[in-house]
Design a protein around this ligand. Structure first.
Ligand SMILES: C=C(O[C@@H]1C=C(C(=O)O)C=C[C@H]1O)C(=O)O
Length: 181
C-alpha cells in the first residue's frame, strides 16, 4: 500500500498480512532518529510525559471512532513510545561516544511531531485493517515473524532498531491490541 508520509510516497516492503503495519512501525522508529537529532545537545529531554499524554489521548479518541478498543490501542502505542525512547537513548549514547557520528543539523521537533500525528492515524487504520489476523494467535505469530523478518532485511535495520522493533510489536499478537470495542 502507498501511504503518503510527509508528502512523499513510501512503498510497501515488509511481507504478508502484517507487512503494512510493520512498515509503519519501522517508519515511526525512523522518525525517532529525527526526534533524537532534534533533541541531542539541547535541553529537551528524551522523556516528555506531557507529549506522551497528548499522543495517547489522540489514540484513544481516534480508536473509539474506528471501533477499536481505546485501551488496547493505547497499549500498542505505549509500546511505540517505549520503542521510540529505546532508539533515542541508543542514538544519544552512540553520538556521545562518537561525536563524529552526531547529526550536524537539528530538525524541528514541532514538525516531526506533526509527522508522528499523521503516523498515529495510519497506524490505527492498520490496527483496524489487521484486527482479524491479529485475533488468531498462531497465524498472527507467523505473519508477524514474516513481516518483521523481511522488514529487518529490506530496511537493513541495525541492532538498535531491531531491538526497538521487537519492543514495538511485542503485543501485536497477544490480544492486547486486538479486541473490538
Ligand atoms: C518522540 C518523542 O519522544 C518521546 C516519545 C514519544 C512518542 O513516541 O510519541 C513522545 C514523547 C517523548 O517521551 C517526542 O518527544 O516527541
Amino acid at each position: 500500500a502507498n501511504t503518503p508520509v510527509d508528502g512523499a510516497p513510501t512503498s510497501h516492503k515488509a511481507l504478508g498480512r502484517l507487512g503494512t503495519l510493520t512498515d509503519l512501525v519501522v517508519e515511526r522508529l525512523r522518525v525517532s532518529d529525527d526526534v533524537a537529532a532534534s533533541k541531542f545537545g539541547t535541553n529537551s529531554p528524551i522523556d516528555d510525559p506531557a507529549r506522551e499524554q497528548q499522543v495517547l489521548d489522540q489514540v484513544r479518541q481516534q480508536a473509539g471512532t474506528l471501533g477499536l478498543d481505546p485501551e488496547s490501542a493505547a497499549a500498542f502505542f505505549r509500546d511505540q513510545i517505549t520503542a521510540s525512547k529505546v532508539v533515542q537513548s541508543g542514538l544519544f549514547a552512540r553520538w556521545t561516544a562518537r561525536p563524529d557520528e552526531a547529526p550536524t543539523t537539528r530538525p524541528d521537533l514541532g514538525q516531526i511531531r506533526t509527522r508522528l500525528d499523521r503516523l498515529t492515524t495510519e497506524l490505527l487504520g492498520q490496527l483496524k485493517a489487521t484486527q482479524e489476523v491479529r485475533g488468531s494467535r498462531v497465524p498472527c505469530t507467523v505473519q508477524l515473524a514474516l513481516a518483521t523478518g523481511s522488514a529487518t532485511v529490506l530496511e537493513r535495520l541495525d541492532a538498535l532498531h531491531r531491538h526497538a522493533l521487537d519492543t514495538a510489536v511485542h503485543s501485536v499478537c497477544t490480544g492486547e491490541a486486538v479486541t473490538a470495542a
